[in-house]
Design a protein. Structure first.
Length: 76
């Protein structure tokens, strides 16, 4: 059984973590520019939603990937 789907899924999580690390550095500057909290709150909700969608549908994709023929019999 190949571990490539798991590596791809974990790689996506690593990309989300790296982007979060980058955005966390500029967050204080963005909060100073925002007059109201609505824009910041909206962006936080969009970010959290995108992570949840990736975790949910990426996990489903990974599970379905193992149901393909190449993983069932081990051949190509």
């Amino acid at each position: 059984m190949s571990a490539l789907p798991v590596v791809a899924y974990l790689g996506g999580i690593a990309v989300f973590g790296f982007v979060y690390w980058l955005l966390d550095g500029i967050r204080p500057y963005f909060m100073e520019l925002s007059v109201t909290g609505n824009t910041y709150l909206f962006l936080c909700m969009v970010w959290g939603g995108s992570v949840l969608v990736y975790l949910l549908f990426g996990g489903i994709w990974m599970i379905r990937k193992y149901n393909e023929r190449q993983y069932m019999d081990g051949g190509f």
